[in-house]
Design a protein around this ligand. Structure first.
Ligand SMILES: Nc1ncnc2c1ncn2[C@@H]1O[C@H](COP(=O)(O)OP(=O)(O)OP(=O)(O)O)[C@@H](O)[C@H]1O
Ligand SMILES: [Mg+2]
Length: 405
């Protein structure tokens, strides 16, 4: 089994998927824009070969180089788990005659308006929205949809340039702030809790499923530096809180004609209990959520993803013995980490529930919290009881503090 894997070194989690591929017996042919001598030693051990491309986002150039590099050999799979490369992977499959998600299917996961259209056409509940290019169109859309609203880029990522707008008087200011965005989406603001739904699919059928919840909702976490965001896995997928979200998620995957691989969806649960679609991607989730699922199910989903794409089977158990929660910490102040408070006391209180501590060491430069959800470190805890896991995570959020200067 020969697998071309796009971008094995970036983002860093891709190295773990590369390992997974090697562990299920694949020969892994990496393609990336990282210099070959910058690849970590462990990653090299899992690669059969690597081709360095100058511009990984230049689809035509990458496809031509990979074609020459393979010299007429046809790989069995072409895969990626990094969102910006999902369309490139589909185009390369078409060019080289390799099975897997087609470009049309990938676009349903990549182009937000098209995604919403296909999901809505299947009769599923999506936020009412309009795609607008001018101020006039934005005002028209606001009048039709009503406040509160969300204003966000059509081609957005990481909640950049995304705003909640509560009134007509606030809309003017927000439109000034998004003036540089060529096309925006004006949407009905969905009140409620925000959840995810992840799967590993084989030919569109979920063979592993997971649900997590964001505390607070992702937009609030991304806009307030003082918050220590938490993502928690929900243990029981038949819990009435999330059951409708799981059903929605399965319907979304069939509406978008998912094939084989990872998916990551975001959805809302309104106060009345309705599940409303947010967005979905045909790749693994970021923000260390694969690790979080691994702690939830005592499994290695980096390897199970590889088994799914290479062999069409999944050896992960369906059981979820734990609810796991990851707490992202942001230091107070700028510059380098000078000290960390509260960790020893937190360990004394919850020792056996703590499964990972990855706080930046003293002296390390702060990460840019706007750019990376990983911020200045994280703590992962788990418990059989979800409410208890959340309580411990909240304790880490409030009692562990990092300072920088
Ligand atoms: N219609 C909506 N109603 C309420 N909240 C919304 C809505 N659309 C977006 N949000 C909030 O804004 C966040 C970012 O929006 P969205 O996920 O669509 O964009 P994104 O930039 O792709 O985000 P990311 O890359 O962070 O997942 C959501 O996670 C959610 O918290
Ligand atoms: Mg999102």
């Amino acid at each position: 089994m020969d697998v071309v894997f796009l971008s094995p070194a970036y983002p860093p989690e891709m190295a773990a998927f590369t390992r997974g591929l090697a562990e299920v017996g694949a020969r892994v042919f990496g393609v990336g824009d990282s210099a070959p001598d910058s690849l970590p030693q462990a990653l090299r051990g899992h690669l059969t070969d690597y081709v360095h491309v100058p511009r990984i986002m230049d689809d035509a150039d990458v496809i031509a180089r990979v074609g020459r590099w393979l010299g007429g050999r046809r790989p069995d799979r072409i895969e990626t788990n990094w969102e910006p490369l999902t369309v490139l992977a589909a185009r390369m499959r078409a060019a080289l005659g390799v099975p897997g998600l087609s470009e049309d299917v990938v676009l349903g996961f990549r182009d937000k308006p098209l995604m919403r259209e296909r999901v809505a056409q299947a009769g599923l509940r999506v936020p009412r929205s309009a795609r607008v290019r001018t101020r006039g169109e934005a005002w028209e859309a606001a009048a039709a949809i009503g406040f509160p609203l969300i204003v966000k880029p059509v081609a957005g990522a990481g909640s950049a340039d995304t705003f909640r707008v509560d009134s007509e008087s606030a809309l003017d200011g927000v439109l000034d702030q998004v003036r540089h965005v060529p096309e925006i989406s004006v949407e009905e603001f969905i009140e409620g809790e925000e959840y995810t739904y992840e799967t590993l699919c084989v030919d569109g059928a979920p063979v592993y499923e997971s649900v997590c919840q964001y505390f607070p909702n992702a937009l609030v976490a991304r806009q307030n530096e003082w918050i220590s965001p938490i993502i928690q896995s929900v243990r029981h997928l038949d819990d009435p809180r999330v059951r409708d979200g799981v059903t929605l998620g399965r319907s979304v995957l069939s509406a978008l004609r998912m094939g084989t691989g990872f998916t990551h969806m975001e959805w809302f649960r309104t106060p009345s209990g309705e599940a409303i679609f947010g967005e979905v991607a045909c790749r693994a989730p970021g923000a260390n959520m694969v690790d979080l699922m691994n702690y939830t199910s005592d499994v290695d989903l980096f390897r199970e993803w590889a088994r799914v794409v290479c062999h069409g089977v999944c050896a992960a158990p369906r059981e979820r013995p734990w609810s796991a929660a990851i707490v992202f910490k942001r230091a107070e102040g700028h510059g380098r980490i000078t000290h960390v408070e509260g960790v020893d006391a937190f360990r004394r209180r919850h020792g056996s529930a703590i499964v990972r501590e990855e706080l930046l060491p003293i002296g390390a430069p702060r990460r840019d919290w706007k750019q990376t959800f990983l911020s200045d470190g994280n703590v992962v805890v788990r418990h059989r009881d979800g409410a208890e896991a959340l309580r411990i995570a909240m304790d880490a959020a409030s009692s562990i503090r990092l300072y920088a200067r």
